[in-house]
Design a protein around this ligand. Structure first.
Ligand code: ATP
Length: 299
């Protein structure tokens, strides 16, 4: 697979603070990668280095095969800051036309780009009257100029309502399907869990974990939870069958088990036949996994 971003043993210091330490990462075309980490973990520093805005001390970084900040790299990369701000007197269309002209592209593409982010209906309204979600869409339209191969998005959904968040991720899905690689930071783990391909956890400037959700689950080896609903009249028998269980407020039995014990336990539950009304198997969430890797690092 083609790699749009290759980071190898990257280290960056700010005076006495080691913002990034020995971080290695690869980002493939068409992949959506979430960059997670506590405040101060090094996410923005990594993004600034990828964009060529600040130098680094050690290691190597290549963006589509070129040095970050070089003309070749900048032609392939787009960036959306967390709080994109625009002149309130300009319309969305005027703003995008302006950016297109700056990039040496035909300003006539503006409406097409705004249409792509679902903002064509408001393109001729002044941005002073736009909601936060609409401004984020203008920001995203700006990132699409010149069909970049790498999109770097700093907390792109912060401040958006649930529907706007979902729409935003739908847009990202389309861009990734068209072949763009997307690196986004977020503190909203539930949306990241469902809408990205790989997860990178930075902790205190180093790479605490990296992989698909399934891979991180495997590495963390956290327990699985089984929620067993007893059939009416079988509550006592089931509680006796699973002495390690705890009863939930809604009357279900909660059993925690290691991954390796999951299948034997499921067999035990199914063997109880009609005594069991229902069963839910709950794997560890990204929040559990994130806490695990962060705690392991003392964060
Ligand atoms: N220009 C700077 N000068 C000095 N220290 C800095 C500078 N920029 C970042 N740092 C330090 O580097 C570390 C990483 O900061 P960074 O902004 O990359 O974190 P972050 O993960 O983006 O955090 P947040 O989620 O709060 O945005 C922090 O300790 C921060 O104080």
């Amino acid at each position: 697979m083609t790699s749009t971003l290759q980071i190898s043993r990257l280290t960056k210091r700010f005076q006495t603070v080691e913002a990034l330490r020995d971080v290695s990462l690869r980002l493939e075309l068409g992949k959506r990668v979430a960059l997670l980490g506590h405040n101060g973990a090094g996410k923005s520093t990594m993004m600034k280095i990828i964009l060529g805005l600040i130098p680094f001390d050690n290691g190597s970084v290549t963006v589509c095969g070129s040095a970050p900040g070089s003309a070749a790299a900048r032609a392939q990369v787009a960036y959306l800051p967390e709080n994109a701000s625009f002149h309130p007197a300009l319309t969305g269309e005027e703003q995008i036309r302006y950016y297109l002209a700056l990039r040496g592209e035909d300003p006539k593409q503006a409406m097409g780009l705004l249409e792509k982010v679902g903002l064509a209906h408001a393109a001729r309204r002044r941005m002073g009257g736009y909601s936060k979600g609409m401004r984020q869409r203008v920001g995203l339209a700006q990132t699409l100029i010149g069909k970049p191969r790498l999109l770097v998005l700093d907390e792109p959904t912060s401040g958006l309502d649930p529907v706007s968040r979902r729409d935003f991720y739908d847009l990202l899905d389309g861009l990734a399907a068209d072949g763009a690689a997307i690196l986004l930071s977020s503190h909203v783990l539930t949306e990241v869990e469902a809408r990205t391909d790989r997860i990178v956890i930075l902790s205190g400037g180093h790479l605490a974990a990296e992989g698909t959700l399934a891979e991180l689950r495997g590495q963390a080896a956290l327990p699985v939870v089984l929620l067993i609903t007893p059939a009416p009249g079988s509550e006592t028998a089931l509680a006796a069958a699973f002495p390690q269980s705890a009863r939930t407020q809604d009357g279900r039995l909660r059993v925690c088990c290691e991954q390796a014990r999951k299948l034997p336990l499921l067999s035990q539950v199914t063997a109880l036949g009609a005594q069991v009304a229902d069963l839910d198997v709950i794997p560890p969430s990204l929040e559990d996994i994130y806490s695990h890797f962060s705690r392991r690092d003392g964060q």
